[in-house]
Design a protein around this ligand. Structure first.
Ligand SMILES: [Zn+2]
Ligand SMILES: [Zn+2]
Length: 619
């Protein structure tokens, strides 16, 4: 992969192509290739090189010309004619390149032009090639915005095959650093020489290597997946260590900076608001008690925005069971410290969390979906008991009833009254003693299925009563969240999944940065409107979720996601962090990082461990 955009430091007179016809271009235009700043040799590819190739390989010449045409300076043939080749400097320029991977290849005129009957189809070509672009505008665009191409080795080497001055074959030397390629061309006949870089070099780092690392990281991909793709493509890539170095020095500091900047602005807005309602929930990186990381999300439910994510490692708090409380505590402390006044917090109903919030005097409401899920799970069990099969007929109604109870009530007692009325209703009794809800609202209607009614005192009724009216459920129903639910946090948790590939074990900082990326993605995209067809109709899709066992759901299709945060981060990485990493890296170094989990265990000497295994095996 390399950038076609070239830079130059020669002082020839440049003229733009005045016409876009093919014959004219191939006759009059030479392509100016770049000279790196470290190279003092004039570099000039003559028009005749191109002409020869144009004749021998139709397809490639056309493509090559087209590609170079849009993004390189064009030079008039008078300038070419008057230029004289410079002598090679005897010393090789010393480039402090970032990598030990330094592959040198020597080859001398390895290519032979072959006739090919593949025809060039102008219709498939990029239409932009016919219009010479404003070259000065191209010249000034930032490195991260220059487009790149995948180029075959045979195609690029063809350009260096023949001496542009004396037209005899040249000695070619190439050097590769990750995705970067440098070609040195030397003509033994006339001493013409030049060096060509496939990518701009920043300090000692090829821009494309850094850009690829950033692109992989910022899109939530795994380096190892990219490595496999590149290997299958026979595309050169750098090593994992290089990726990690880019991450540590530039990418992670940029993510932390960007997230904190965004978060500061958000917190200032929240601090001005009188009452803030947040939703909070923890996501463990694996189910059960084996989780290594827990991330606690605080979401502003009014604007559907992630305002804070706290990452807790299980060994910080003595086991994964305590991660949720710790994450919540840190999140609340953080909001407090920034002057945000909470009206209430909507969460699930972990007893540990209930106790903690009560002691901290934070008004807590429960998410209706979490309660419904808990009740449905218990009822599902009860249905399976002998003699209780009848209950199954009520499952759907009970589920709807809890959502209705929550949505239609304005106070705790009203919620409880409505909830408890369900037990009467199932006995075909539709007036109730509680004055908060004296009668069912469904009117007098006769049900066709008279067998569904339950009689008081029977086993199914007693079992149902036990589940629906147990003390804890009734207490929690009273505190069902009247405002907002936390389903948006579940959605955010599924976004996190996309940024944390499952087959990769992340270090604490890597995990934290990926959470920040997920939050940046969510906040940019959560408010997307529904997509519409060309005719202006809203778009829906029908799905069959596995959990619904054959029932379908109709979902809104949203407009395409955007990735402005990725562009912003690339700008930050190339324009600021790479140029002066110290302040950004220092910020990252101040983040407290807990010791790795495996650090707790005594590591035996490897030799010892092996010998004890061998002796056990032989016993
Ligand atoms: Zn020569
Ligand atoms: Zn009723």
């Amino acid at each position: 992969m390399f950038s076609v955009k070239t830079r130059h430091q020669n002082c020839y007179v440049y003229t733009k192509a005045s016409t876009s016809t093919r014959s004219c271009r191939t006759r009059d235009i030479g392509v100016q290739t770049e000279t790196s700043k470290l190279c003092s040799v004039g570099t000039q590819l003559s028009m005749r090189t191109l002409q020869t190739h144009h004749r021998s390989v139709c397809v490639q010449t056309e493509t090559t010309l087209s590609s170079f045409d849009v993004s390189t300076k064009l030079v008039s043939h008078t300038a070419v004619a008057s230029s004289t080749p410079l002598k090679t400097s005897s010393k090789r320029p010393c480039l402090d390149l970032e990598e030990d991977e330094d592959i040198l290849q020597e080859c001398s005129s390895i290519l032979t032009s072959q006739e090919t009957d593949v025809t060039f189809n102008p219709a498939e070509a990029d239409t932009s090639i016919t219009e010479p672009k404003d070259l000065s505008a191209q010249e000034s665009s930032p490195i991260q915005n220059i487009c790149k191409y995948i180029v075959y080795k045979t195609c690029i080497m063809e350009l260096f095959d023949v001496c542009p001055v004396c037209h005899r074959s040249c000695h070619i030397r190439s050097q590769r650093i990750g995705t970067f390629l440098r070609v040195e061309q030397l003509c033994h006949h006339c001493q013409f020489s030049r060096k060509w870089n496939s990518q701009p070099i920043l300090g000692s780092t090829p821009a494309g290597n850094l850009h690829l690392s950033a692109a992989v990281y910022l899109s939530g991909a795994s380096f190892f997946t990219i490595e496999k793709i590149f290997a299958a493509m026979k595309l050169h890539l750098f090593k994992y260590d290089t990726f990690r170095r880019h991450a540590r020095m530039c990418i992670e500091p940029a993510i932390v900076y960007k997230w904190r900047n965004w978060q500061d602005e958000m917190l200032q807005l929240l601090a001005q608001r009188e009452k803030v309602i947040v939703g909070g929930d923890m996501r463990a990186d694996s189910p059960g008690h084996s989780a290594k990381y827990g991330s606690y999300t605080m979401m502003d439910l009014e604007t559907n925005t992630v305002v804070d994510v706290q990452l807790v490692q299980s060994n910080e708090v003595g086991g994964s069971y305590h991660m949720e409380k710790e994450g919540l505590k840190r999140g609340l402390d953080f909001l407090d410290a920034h002057g945000v006044t909470l009206d209430c917090i909507v969460t699930d109903r972990h007893p540990q969390i209930q106790k903690f919030l009560r002691e901290r005097n934070v008004n807590q409401f429960y998410d209706v979906w979490h309660i419904e899920k808990g009740i449905s799970k218990q009822l599902e069990k009860v249905c399976k008991l002998k003699g209780c099969e009848k209950i199954r007929k009520w499952l759907h109604s009970i589920k709807n009833h809890i959502y209705w109870t929550d949505a239609s009530s304005s106070s705790g007692p009203e919620r409880v009254a409505k909830w408890m009325s369900m037990l009467n209703h199932m006995q075909n009794k539709h007036t109730h003693e509680d004055s908060n809800f004296p009668a069912c609202l469904h009117g007098t209607r006769r049900s066709r299925d008279t067998k569904k009614w339950l009689a008081a005192g029977t086993l199914p009724y007693l079992k149902l009563e036990k589940v629906l009216s147990n003390k804890r459920i009734v207490k929690d129903v009273a505190k069902l969240s009247p405002h907002y639910q936390t389903s948006s946090i579940e959605v955010f948790h599924s976004v996190i999944l996309r940024f944390t590939p499952k087959n990769v074990v992340f270090l604490f900082l890597g995990m934290l940065c990926r959470l920040y990326l997920a939050a940046l993605h969510y906040n940019e995209n959560a408010g997307r409107p529904q997509a519409t067809t060309a005719a202006g109709r809203p778009v829906f899709k029908v799905t069959f979720p596995k959990a619904k066992k054959g029932e379908y759901r109709v979902r809104e299709v949203k407009t395409q996601a955007t990735f402005k945060y990725v562009d912003d981060l690339l700008d930050l990485i190339f324009d600021k962090v790479f140029v002066d990493p110290a302040p950004y890296v220092d910020d990252v170094l101040r983040i407290p990082i807990p010791p790795a989990l495996c650090a707790e265990y005594d590591r035996p000497e490897k030799e010892e461990a092996i010998s004890s295994r061998v002796s056990r095996f032989n016993q």
